[in-house]
Design a protein around this ligand. Structure first.
Ligand code: PLP
Length: 436
């Protein structure tokens, strides 16, 4: 049986002290800080397969996987080799390349609702651009999003936002002007009636409804039966562009993302994370008629010095091609994730805790609450103190979870049956410790 040891994090702590003097909060993205769970972030040095190694030499079984992109585990040979092959041809041209055409062909093939696609450098760029295009296409100003959904840090989305904004208690950010905020309507997730009311109250004013088809940014919350179909019908009826933000779910829940899994055709899709294989790539796409609004084909402006970067697309293409050619990946991820999630639920039940475990494919969360979690309000019933104790106990046992109750966990193909056993044994001890 593993023993819980207090880790030696001396080098991490030194780096964090230096970082805090120079980088706001010591991190380049808020979710990396450990504010919600106590302690300092761990600074990483390298990673291979399912394992991260920190700057002090501690190893962790990784369930963050760079917040989703590393679906094949860390440093997969096929991706590294593709990058190595691309490197001698130089790092950036600022001119079109063959690889961008091949990447567009691959994306449109894997995600059939995407007839035309534009590559960008992050998920945030993808969502910001998508709503600009939807506004240009419809001539309407407002968008509708869902409480707790996170669509990156564009101004229009930092209203009732999830992920780091929620973790840090700032779901509405200072710096977002009132005039921008008034064009973002928010309603609870999984409540079709609330959407209908918002549409009725804002007739012919809503350009787009954007959502995470499976929410990952308040922890994992699946759509209720018929919910996505209901939204699809409302959008069609009212001439609203229906945008699936598949930055997390794209190429993860199925080859064609959540839209394939649930059999729904959105008008537009935003992509990120897995599409770059660990490099900065995002994309937005959709019906040709809508995408033809984008400059230089149309008048909606959007551009990028490094968009379609040759090294980033080499990494992304290698990972996408692998997923495209190996459908068994999704069966393996399903089996592994089911064992992880069901095992966690059983351990919590054994301890009389009966915590809620939500899972869709290889994304999942254990909520430290006995209530069903279907939206932001129910996610917030979780015991955050107990979650923090559990997180630290798991870290001590070499398991790296998201440092917030309001984040999903991501499983990679590098997690073998033995590693599931390793996780479950750490989970049993940590649950006991958290509730000791
Ligand atoms: N959309 C969703 C659903 C996300 O989860 C994220 C990031 O986690 C984004 C958009 C923003 O992507 P990025 O962090 O690459 O800007």
């Amino acid at each position: 049986m593993q023993q819980a040891t207090d880790l030696n994090l001396a080098t991490s702590d030194q780096l964090f002290t230096r970082a805090k003097d120079l980088i706001p909060g010591g991190v380049n993205s808020p979710v990396r800080a450990f504010r919600a769970v106590g302690g300092h972030p761990v600074f990483m040095k390298s990673a291979q397969g399912a394992w991260l190694t920190d700057v002090d030499g501690n190893r962790y079984l990784d369930f963050i996987n760079s917040w989703g992109p590393m679906i094949l585990g860390h440093a997969p040979q096929i991706v590294l080799e593709a990058v190595q092959r691309a490197l001698p041809d130089s790092l950036s041209f600022g001119a079109p390349t063959r690889r961008e055409v091949e990447m567009a062909e691959l994306i449109c093939d894997m995600v059939p609702s995407v007839e035309k696609v534009r590559l960008v450098n992050s998920g945030t760029e993808a969502t910001m651009s998508a709503i600009r295009v939807a506004r240009g296409y419809t001539g309407r100003d407002k968008i509708l999003k869902f409480e707790g959904c996170y669509h990156g840090h564009g101004d229009s989305f930092l209203i009732s936002a999830g992920s780091g904004a929620l973790t840090l208690g700032t779901p509405d950010s200072p710096g977002v002007t009132e005039s921008v905020a008034k064009d973002t309507l928010t309603v609870p997730y999984n409540d079709l009636g609330a959407v209908e009311q918002a549409i009725t109250a804002n007739p012919n004013q809503i350009a787009a409804i954007i959502l995470e088809p499976v929410v990952g940014n308040i922890g994992l919350v699946p759509p209720a039966d018929g919910y996505l179909q209901g939204l699809r019908e409302l959008c069609t009826k009212h001439g609203i562009v229906f945008i699936f933000d598949e930055v997390m779910t794209g190429f993860r829940l199925a080859r064609g993302g959540a839209q394939e899994l649930f059999g729904i055709q959105p008008d537009m899709t935003t992509l990120g994370k897995i599409i770059g294989g660990g490099m900065p790539v995002g994309a937005y796409g959709g019906r040709a008629e809508i995408m033809d609004q984008v400059a230089p084909a149309g008048k909606v402006y959007q551009a990028g010095t490094l968009s379609g970067n040759p090294i980033a697309t080499a990494a992304g293409m290698a990972q996408l091609r692998y997923l495209n050619e190996h459908p068994e990946v999704y069966e393996q991820l399903e089996r592994t994730s089911a064992r992880l999630a069901e095992g966690t639920y059983e351990i919590a039940a054994e301890l009389g805790l009966n915590y809620t475990v939500n899972r869709v494919g290889s994304m999942w969360s254990v909520f430290f609450t006995q209530q069903p979690v279907t939206d932001l309000a129910s996610a917030k019933t979780s015991d955050l103190e107990a979650f923090g104790r559990y997180f630290r106990a798991m870290l001590n046992r070499g398991v790296y979870l998201a440092p917030s109750q309001f984040e999903a966990l991501f499983v990679s193909t590098a997690v073998t049956d033995d590693l599931v056993d390793f996780y479950l044994s750490a989970c049993r001890e940590s649950m006991r410790e958290a509730h000791g």
